[in-house]
Write a protein that binds this ligand. Structure first.
Ligand code: GTP
Ligand code: MG
Length: 238
């Protein structure tokens, strides 16, 4: 007798056949269906890890905004890498495109972007997050102290976080990019030109964007300095 599970799988198999435009008589192989379910299950785990880290960041922001009346975080964005980009990256690394290879070789399937008002907030958020005993730092790249050639600035962290499921605990990796509002404004526009050709027009834009990145960095530093002066002034007046 067919179980509820069997019926569901049969239904899903039929729907997928429509989706992939398969021959009416051709069955979707069990192996393919299995891989699809495994892939979906892995993506669910990454989504859960994003929720865990996002909650931690929101708690820090709430606590500090209550105690200091300032928010070290302006916004938190997140995304799961799309299947096409996952396959492309694995191929670039000469890895097989399998579900096992995803968790073994990719650090950025789950991505969180934290946008802060000031440069000091970036390092404060990093410290508060990393010192939590269930957050394990795997890699750190400081593109604020050492900007990329493009002018790109951000603090990149890869962390591993335990996620508790019904049967077991799993350590899941998340890439966190922390940057100022101004750095984010720049990166969003620069991203649009990153994969364009090398024509003279594009080269000019790249050069001018680099100049903008340097101007933005100076402005970020100046704003930080002015903020400190305002705070010191307030202390003297108190
Ligand atoms: P990827 O294979 O691209 O992930 O490189 P990687 O593993 O060496 O990581 P890297 O530290 O270079 O940063 C990867 C991510 O940072 C990218 O996917 C972008 O989101 C962002 N990033 C890095 N460099 C730039 C840049 O020059 N411009 C913009 N706009 N974003 C960048
Ligand atoms: Mg990436």
């Amino acid at each position: 007798m067919a179980t509820i599970y069997d019926n569901r799988v049969t239904r899903q198999r039929e729907t997928l056949k429509d989706f992939f435009g398969g021959d009416e008589k051709e069955e979707i192989p069990d192996e393919l269906l299995d891989r699809l379910f495994q892939f979906e299950a892995l993506m669910t785990k990454y989504r859960c890890a994003i929720r865990e880290i996002t909650t931690k960041l929101e708690i820090l922001n709430d606590e500090l905004s209550a105690s200091t009346k300032q928010n070290p975080i302006e916004t938190i964005q997140s995304r799961i890498k799309r299947p096409y980009s996952i396959a492309e990256k694995l191929k670039r690394q000469n890895q097989p495109v399998t579900v096992e290879a995803i968790s073994r070789h990719l650090n950025d399937v789950a991505g969180i972007r934290v946008i802060c008002p000031f440069i000091k907030d970036i390092y404060a958020v990093e410290k508060m997050l990393i010192q939590q005993d269930d957050v394990h730092l795997i890699a750190r790249k400081d593109y604020i102290r050492s900007p990329k050639e493009s002018g790109y600035r951000s603090l990149h962290l890869v962390v591993e976080i335990p996620v508790f499921f019904s049967m077991k605990k799993e350590n899941i990796r998340v890439e966190i990019q922390i940057r100022t509002v101004a750095m984010n404004f720049w990166a969003s526009l620069e991203h649009q030109i990153r994969y364009k050709n090398e024509s003279q027009g594009v080269q000019d834009i790249v050069k001018e964007l680099k100049e903008c990145a340097d101007t933005i960095a100076k402005t970020d530093e100046k704003m930080q300095e002015l903020k400190l002066r305002i705070e010191n002034h307030e202390k003297k007046e108190a």
